[in-house]
Ligand binder design. Structure first.
Ligand SMILES: NC(=O)c1ccc[n+]([C@@H]2O[C@H](COP(=O)([O-])OP(=O)(O)OC[C@H]3O[C@@H](n4cnc5c(N)ncnc54)[C@H](O)[C@@H]3O)[C@@H](O)[C@H]2O)c1
Length: 249
């Protein structure tokens, strides 16, 4: 129960993937959690699933592409719990196309959610965290930024490399305020985000993974709670690979 004194905001928890696993893990370790997503239907499913922990988990519909929604999310967390100690930003989209098929609108949509959304969320929680002189920000990158990119996901690959630069710069800016900023780069993990390609290529992908299996949302959740914990108080600006060895940095 290492998070009994802590308040976590988890963005992108609605589709039952990595964000939802992080919410479950925080709740099981005593944190008070604001679980956020634009998918309200699946947030409802998470709400009923968290059962006993539900009293410490609140659910908040929002669109990470809208700064007004992010402002309201922070107000909601502060109103419900009085402070924000931890932000984990899992919101992401990954439209798959050939390079020449991507439109400017596709590019903008991906950067808006995956990268600008991460910046806006970090900016919105930084002030209350600075007031407490304590904070943990965890960003979601991807193993694709290490392995040379994603030919079938150009805007996504760019956004996830951007997350690394954002993480490092924020780590420098916020360290003096007692706030750590780290990223996690998961390897291929079966979730709603990957269901349009990973099941068909699972055998081929697993063959490249020294640990011999695909990632599970719980693998990344374990890394996220570690980076959000006091055990990681002297770790900032890193990207933690959670990929079974498919790419080694
Ligand atoms: N699954 C993988 O293989 C994998 C690998 C590397 C990185 N990641 C990253 O992990 C994170 C979580 O992905 P996941 O695999 O759990 O997929 P997921 O689809 O379960 O999670 C992404 C979440 O973001 C939410 N979201 C999308 N647009 C939003 C918006 N505008 N506002 C609010 N929420 C929005 C979705 O509803 C969803 O709940 C993503 O950032 C993804 O890029 C996933």
């Amino acid at each position: 129960m290492r998070f009994t004194e802590r308040v976590a905001v988890v963005v992108g928890a609605g589709q039952g993937g990595i964000g939802a696993a992080i919410v479950r893990r925080f709740a099981s370790e005593g944190a008070r959690v604001l679980a956020c997503d634009k998918d309200t239907l699946r947030l409802e499913a998470l709400r009923s699933e968290t059962g006993e922990a539900a009293s410490t988990v609140r659910f908040h519909p929002m669109d990470v592409g809208r700064s007004e929604d992010i402002r309201r999310m922070v107000e909601t967390a502060l109103g419900a719990f009085g402070k924000i100690d931890i932000l984990v930003n899992c919101a992401g989209i990954s439209p798959k196309k050939q390079f020449l098929e991507y439109t400017e609108a596709d590019w903008d949509a991906v950067q808006n959610i995956n990268l600008k959304g991460a910046f806006l969320c970090a900016r919105a929680v930084a002030e209350p965290m600075m007031a407490e002189k304590y904070g943990r920000i965890v960003m979601l990158s991807s193993s694709s930024w290490r392995n040379g990119g994603v030919a079938g996901g150009i805007p996504y690959g760019a956004s996830k490399a951007g997350i690394i630069g954002l993480t490092r710069s924020l780590a420098r800016a916020l360290g003096p305020h007692g706030i750590t900023v780290n990223a996690i780069a998961p390897g291929p993990t079966l979730t709603a985000l990957t269901q349009n390609w990973l099941p068909d290529r699972a055998k081929e992908v697993v063959a490249q993974v020294p640990m011999g299996r695909l990632g599970r949302p719980e693998d990344t959740a374990a890394a996220a709670v570690f980076l959000a914990s006091d055990d990681a108080s002297y770790i900032t600006g890193v990207c933690l690979d959670v990929n079974g060895g498919i790419v080694m940095g």
